[in-house]
Design a binder for this molecule. Sequence first.
Ligand code: PRP
Ligand code: ADE
Length: 172
Amino acid sequence: MDLKSLIRDIPDFPKPGILFRDVTTLLSDPVGLRYTIDLLAQKCSEIELEVDYIIGMESRGFIFGAPVAYKLGAGFIPVRKKGKLPAAVHAIEYQLEYGIDTLEVHQDALVPGSKVLIVDDLIATGGTAEATAKLVQKIECELVGFGFIIELRDLQGRKHLPDVPIISLVEY
Ligand code: PRP
Ligand code: ADE
């Protein structure tokens, strides 16, 4: 299936010069959505069959991460933007393609030593994924890999990530 044909390009969003890869058009396509989740889950299971948790980043990482966790029989852990999680958190600041932000995870969300896979819709500069990997480190879990729908190759985000398998379904 041609996933690129279901992803919409919006120039100059959210800032001039950014070509925004919009997955809402992929999500609203029933066949495309199922195909995407099935393929991502299959590729993630090839990295590690017995994953304990999928971690997904707010907000588009939730949409893809939770169904992948369901398919793999893993738990799902939300990594959220600052101030959204109710219990004690680990926090980390990070740089976005278009700004700076803070990500947080509950300190007691994962059992230390667990196997964790990070899932998001897209890797651009890699700042979000790198920050999330550092949160996984803080909780003393084992990061086994990353799964993305989209990779923006020119931004070389993967060079900021730890040396574990990185999956992307579509490259620009
Ligand atoms: C987007 C995207 C990734 C991140 C990738 O999220 O969903 O999480 O940017 O960029 P990076 O590789 O340069 O860090 P965003 O922070 O825009 O939040 P959203 O999912 O809530 O729109
Ligand atoms: N997140 C960071 N860069 C992005 C882009 N170009 N399109 C969609 N989401 C993004």
